[in-house]
Design a protein around this ligand. Structure first.
Ligand code: SAM
Length: 417
């Protein structure tokens, strides 16, 4: 085991801090904080850079705290990056990481503040969906950092109480490769079981579980194939395997930020790209009224069907099932070929140039870009700038406390010519 003493510098994108190897190469150090001196164990010795775990802290940062989870340590669970930092310090680290990406990839230097989700006091107990791997003995486990190796955890402190209540870690799962436990905001408790091979896994009956699905099966083993979530003052039907914001306060927080960013007016045409079960489209539809219209585009067939059901009472909402790239390239998809407002909430990879350019061609007065990867966001903001759209505001939210992840809502406005 090679260890060396390192002076830890700034935070890097992805939950590590940057230090310098005596030979000049960059070392990405986990379990450290900026300003610390640590003894670090090298975990990956590459040509251009190294990775390391801080195994002893020689000069601690004032932001350092005892991790609330016993498994958030070098060599154990890889799920959390910042348990050893106070919550305000975690938010400062995320803000610095977002700012760095904006400078590096979009040439935009601006102060970034990462806001807590209202009501989130300690950053624990928020994860409403937890995906466990299954070890050789059939027990549930979580993965180590950047590894397929597994670590047994009795309980995960960032998991929502409803996940623990199911008791899935207390039983074995023969024939399963993964088990996802979903604890919805309305009390649904759902298990999604991924088979390890061609044989059907043996699924234990657990008290309180409202539905169980084996991935790949046509119909659920028990209960229904969707969960009910509550947000923006109403209920939503969401396919159990479909996308829903993981933090229980996230959907309301993002809806409020998107509405504030877009300031919809009666009669507006709104486009919601990567719409999922229709959360933003549903919140915006009443605000533009029946003289307006909302077109939502979603690539996953089940999610698009959920959106149709969720929004069927709004005659002025249309759901387009298909990839955003293809729908936007289809002539006449949006009868007027222009929109007043666009919200887009792509997956981690971001929207990329063809989608950004197609959005700009719709000539919206405002765009709200919801992003879970600040690097992809910054790259796309640079493309928006080329297409005539300036960053008019940016809010960042701590939707994933204890991890390095952060959600941003960027507001773009057409540059005055
Ligand atoms: C981050 S989620 C956002 C969902 C929704 N806005 C919400 O907050 O509930 C991204 C969504 O984009 C969909 N998606 C991913 N890639 C897509 C693509 N290329 N075209 C259309 N939809 C896509 C996914 O199925 C997922 O529902």
């Amino acid at each position: 085991m090679t260890t060396l003493e390192l002076e830890v510098e700034r935070v890097a994108h992805g939950g590590s801090c940057v230090a310098r190897h005596p030979d000049g190469r960059v070392v990405f150090v986990r379990h450290a904080l900026p300003g610390e001196r640590v003894r670090a164990r090298i975990t990956d010795d590459g040509e251009r850079f190294l990775r390391a775990d801080a195994v002893e802290v020689l000069r601690p940062s004032p932001d350092r705290v005892e991790p609330p989870c016993a498994y958030a340590r070098p060599g154990l669970c890889g799920g959390c990056d910042w348990q050893h930092a106070s919550l305000p310090a975690q938010r400062g680290l995320k803000a610095a990481a977002v700012r760095e990406q904006l400078v590096r990839l979009a040439g935009l230097d601006r102060e970034v503040v990462v806001e807590a989700v209202p009501g989130d006091e300690d950053g624990l107990g928020w994860r409403t969906r937890v995906r466990f791997a299954v070890d050789a003995e059939g027990r549930l486990a979580l993965r180590k950092h950047r590894s397929h190796d597994l670590v047994q955890v009795a309980a995960c402190p960032i998991a929502a109480p409803g996940v623990d209540e199911v008791g899935a870690t207390g039983v074995t799962w023969p024939g399963a490769a993964e088990v996802e436990v979903v604890a919805s905001s309305t009390g649904d408790r759902t298990l999604l079981v991924e088979p390890a091979g061609t044989r059907r896994p043996r699924v234990p009956g657990l008290p309180g579980v409202t539905s169980t699905l084996v991935v790949g099966d046509e119909s659920p083993l028990r209960g229904r194939s969707w969960v009910r979530e509550h947000a923006a003052g109403r209920d939503w039907r969401v396919s159990a395997a479909g996308f829903w914001q993981v933090h229980p306060g996230a959907a309301d927080t993002l809806v409020a930020a998107v509405v504030e960013a877009l300031r919809p007016r009666a009669g507006d045409t709104v486009v919601d790209l990567y719409a999922g079960a229709g959360l933003f489209a549903g919140a915006l539809a009443p605000l533009v009224g029946e003289d307006g219209r909302v077109v939502a585009v979603e690539g996953d067939k089940r999610a698009a069907a959920d959106a149709r059901r969720n929004l069927h009472e709004h005659a002025h909402v249309r759901i387009e099932a298909g990839s955003v790239e293809k729908v936007l390239a289809k002539p006449g998809w949006l009868a007027l070929e222009r929109a007043d407002l666009v919200v887009l909430d792509p997956p981690r990879t971001g929207a990329r140039r063809p989608v950004v350019e197609a959005v700009a061609r719709l000539a919206p007065r405002t765009v709200a870009y919801v992003a879970c990867d600040p690097a992809a966001l910054a790259r796309d903001l640079a493309t928006f700038a080329e297409a005539g759209y300036e960053l008019a505001g940016l809010r960042a939210f701590d939707l994933f406390p204890m991890t390095s992840h952060v959600e941003c809502v960027a507001v773009l406005r057409a540059r005055e010519t």
